[in-house]
Design a protein around this ligand. Structure first.
Ligand code: SF4
Length: 254
């Protein structure tokens, strides 16, 4: 599996492609965060809320210098809240040099950095980015490889390889899992994920994210077929049942 990059690294003024920014995000890492959503993603998650992030060429080209100038306007919010900068997507590891440089510049300014990734990336490509991240939010969208492939259209193994590496280097990590009734909620799937996560000593918590349809309208606008039309968000009981499986393995659940 090979993830392409947009260009070779340059010592200054590295540029990349972004979908959007959120200046005061509260759900992608601790505290108040400046969240950069990069453009381009090799996955095709059935529940994707940002299908307009698929293609890198549809993103807006921006330099790291420009982003850093913008980020610095919000440092007081970040500092007061224990927040920082999160790079999400799309898939940030699709543009490893760009994201590494954003993180490197942030860290030089004392700003906490978080990488929100599917982990679908060659480990050697991901390593320099991970090195600059204070926290990794790793989305494990399923533990059963067949369900994973059905959800994402790609294979699970690169994500597990990155999870094992994060554990090996003691990188603070949050695991994220989207609970989709009839798709990812099979007990063997959640139990498999719980057993796997229980082996990882670096994982601070797992976030069980209930499936929602807030991005459905975008699929229609883009002419893509939304296959989860009939799927409903999980009930509170279904979410609690998933929580209970993780709790039973001693995993902190949010
Ligand atoms: S990894 Fe994220 S951006 Fe990419 S398809 Fe899946 S949900 Fe969408």
């Amino acid at each position: 599996m090979q993830v392409s990059t947009i260009h070779s690294p340059q010592p200054t003024d590295i540029q990349g492609y972004i979908h959007s920014i959120e200046t005061c995000g509260t759900v992608d890492g601790p505290g108040i965060r400046f969240v950069i959503f990069t453009a381009g993603c090799p996955l095709r998650c059935l529940y994707c809320s940002n299908p307009d992030c698929r293609y890198i060429e549809n993103g807006k080209k921006v330099s790291v210098d420009t982003l850093i100038q913008e980020i610095q306007k919000y440092t007081s919010y970040m500092n007061a809240s224990g927040g920082g900068v999160t790079v999400s997507g799309g898939e940030p590891l699709y543009q490893p040099h760009f994201v590494t440089e954003i993180f490197r510049r942030c860290k030089a300014l004392g700003i906490h950095t978080a990488l929100d990734t599917s982990g679908y990336c060659d480990l050697q490509v991901a390593k320099p980015v991970i090195e600059q991240a204070d926290l990794v939010l790793l989305d494990i969208k399923s533990y059963d490889p067949n369900i994973y492939a059905k959800v994402t259209s790609v294979s699970l193994e690169p994500t597990l390889a990155i999870a094992r590496y994060l554990n090996a280097i003691h990188k603070p990590t949050w695991i994220r899992f989207v609970l989709v009734p009839g798709l990812t909620d099979a007990p063997h799937n959640i139990e498999g994920l719980a057993d796997f996560v229980a082996t990882l000593k670096n994982v601070e918590k797992i976030e069980v994210l209930p499936f929602h349809k807030m991005g459905e309208y975008k699929w229609g606008q883009l002419g893509y077929e939304y296959q989860l039309k009939e799927t409903q968000p999980p009930t509170a009981e279904q979410v609690q049942a998933a929580h209970a499986i993780f709790h039973s393995r001693g995993i902190n659940v949010a």
